[in-house]
Design a protein around this ligand. Structure first.
Ligand SMILES: Cc1ncc(COP(=O)(O)O)c(C=O)c1O
Length: 384
């Protein structure tokens, strides 16, 4: 099976880990501090804080902003559940707004209608490697005095008008194995806010600034130096690997240009880092994914059941009407996308997707024709 993702880890990471192990200093230490410094420079912010994963990165930001019970955070349902979960874990309520049909990102034009007196923050998700419309989001946030928390877990290095993801508000990144850079598990927080950075550093470390002096109630959200040195090597490879992802995306774009499918779009002024290459293949999506997988192509679905339709969210009474999200959940698939994808593997993916789409061609039209056919028999209903 050609995998959808494959971490680019090898001898350099192994050598770095061996060095840390030999040093005897394996928990959070100076290599973690070095990783944080390098990431802050890369993103273009004052502070980066390394933590155990992307979920706790988000929890720490929301908690550090003082967001809690009674507060609302505006976000999307078309995302990994961790976005909403991190809001829920603070005691606050996620309020879901719909996405744009072409970018799959938060539809910023819908945000203001969702603002209430309880709204404290907007949390755009830079899904699949593309930054949301930060011009509009920042303008709305400023107008209403709201914080901006960027879920940049899938957007390492992506830019909007020359600025990197995670530099607009407070940013959360995941370093999970399948992400554009990885430490196995891991997370990074970015911010220009000195107070928030200091608070999160304490929160990450049981509230301790100095040993056994607990200034506040904290957690253990620390990263290890073993992870940090992997992260340093990964950061050194990030731009090269992003360029490779972009080249793979360009080849997919060209190969599918004549197909009746929706391809990823990159609005002007943004760079896409293609954490995923997502295609709208229409209503036959599930059959197409099954056929691709049967033919050795590890296509996958992000995300088959939107967060607002998950039972644990509905049990909390968090109902939302999100037709564009629902539509994306039934029609889109993601193709293998990682820097190690070979040209031959990509040729197989292209051949198999073209063949699968051809086998199901017209199924959309078929439904429309069927609907028109019944309307033709009942012209009075067709007129409505
Ligand atoms: C959009 C999004 N948000 C949050 C997370 C949570 O990150 P982690 O899995 O590192 O906790 C992920 C990644 O898994 C993600 O893709």
């Amino acid at each position: 099976m050609i995998p959808i993702a494959r971490p680019d880890v090898g001898p350099e990471e192994a050598a770095a880990v061996a060095e840390v192990l030999a040093s005897g200093m394996i928990a959070q230490g100076k290599r973690t501090a070095e990783f944080e410094q390098r990431w802050a420079e890369y993103v273009g912010v004052k502070h980066a804080i390394a933590v155990s994963n992307g979920t706790v990165a988000e929890i720490a930001i929301f908690a550090g902003l003082g967001i809690g019970p009674g507060d609302e955070v505006i976000t999307v349902s078309h995302t990994f559940a961790a976005t909403a979960n991190s809001i829920l874990f603070t005691g606050a309520t996620p309020v879901f707004v719909d996405i744009e049909p072409d970018t799959y990102l938060i539809d910023a034009a819908r945000i203001e209608a969702a603002i209430t007196p309880r709204t404290r923050a907007i949390c755009p998700v830079h899904l699949f490697g593309l930054v949301a419309d930060m011009d509009m989001i920042q303008a709305i946030a400023e107008r209403h005095g709201l914080a901006v928390v960027e879920d940049a877990c899938q957007a390492h290095g992506a830019t909007f008008r020359g600025r990197r993801a995670g530099s607009f508000g407070h940013g959360a990144f995941s370093l999970y194995a399948t992400k554009n850079m990885t430490t196995g598990e891991g997370g990074l927080i970015t911010t220009d806010d000195d107070r928030l950075a200091d608070w999160i550093r304490l929160y990450r470390n049981q509230g301790m600034r100095t040993r056994y002096d607990f200034e506040m109630l904290g957690f253990n959200f620390r990263m290890t130096d073993i992870q940090a040195v992997i992260g340093l090597v990964q950061l050194g490879k990030l731009d090269r690997n992003t360029a490779r992802r972009q080249a793979i995306a360009a080849r997919y774009d060209e190969a599918f240009a004549d197909l009746a499918v929706g391809l990823p779009v990159t609005p002007d002024g943004r760079t896409h880092v293609y954490h995923q290459y997502t295609v709208d293949v229409g209503p036959a999506r599930d059959a197409i994914v099954a056929e691709l997988r049967a033919n050795g192509v590890g296509a996958d679905i992000y995300y088959p059941l939107p967060v607002h339709r998950q039972a644990y969210i509905q049990e909390r009474g968090l109902h939302a009407d999100l037709p564009v999200t629902d539509r994306a959940a039934t029609r889109t698939l993601a193709l293998p996308m990682h820097p190690g994808l070979t040209d031959e593997e990509q040729a197989t993916v292209i051949r198999e997707l073209r063949a699968a789409v051809a086998r199901h061609a017209g199924e959309d039209d078929g439904r429309i024709a069927a609907a028109l056919g019944s309307a033709a028999l009942a012209p009075e209903s067709a007129a409505r």
